[in-house]
Design a protein. Structure first.
Length: 158
């Protein structure tokens, strides 16, 4: 499982994570400083489908995480990708399992702390977060649609 190490911030991203795009520099640094560093070894379980509650999100700093459901790989997340980015709005169980494909470092963000962060900031910052979240979700839908079309083509179900 995870090995938690406290940290104040990371400066390892080549570009700003999509979910935090266009955040003012000070707000971006403050947001990242809320993340607790977690280390996963290859094959460690990060979250379990239908068991773990959605109360946190992870930002991959290095390494890769495999998202799967019923033994089928849905996505592989790498540096700068968020896992569980809807954690501010969802309070159910995780919809998929996630394991570390390689040794992975991630920042874990807790719902209550992030909500407090946004309450103390101008409303426009939260709106920016929501717009970025919608864009991330749209990209995931596009990818899933493409995968579904390819699967149906390969099975002759078109």
């Amino acid at each position: 499982m995870e090995n938690v190490v406290e940290t104040s911030e990371y400066n390892v991203f080549d570009q700003c994570p999509q979910l935090l795009r266009n955040f003012p520099h000070d707000d971006l640094r403050h947001f990242l400083s809320m993340g607790r560093t977690v280390h996963f070894k290859a094959f460690d379980t990060v979250v379990k489908e239908s068991v773990d509650t959605i109360n946190s999100a992870f930002l991959v700093v290095s390494g890769s995480l495999k998202v799967s459901k019923d033994g089928v790989t849905l996505a592989v997340l790498g540096t700068g990708d968020f896992l569980g980015e809807t954690f501010l709005f969802s309070q159910g169980k995780r919809m998929a399992s996630v394991t570390a494909e390689t040794s992975t470092i991630a920042l874990r963000f807790e719902r209550d702390e992030v909500l407090d962060f946004f309450k103390k900031k101008p409303e426009r910052l939260f709106k920016l977060f929501i717009l970025n979240l919608l864009e991330v979700q749209q990209r995931k839908i596009d990818m899933l649609n493409s995968n579904l079309v390819n699967a149906r083509r390969n099975n002759g179900n078109m």
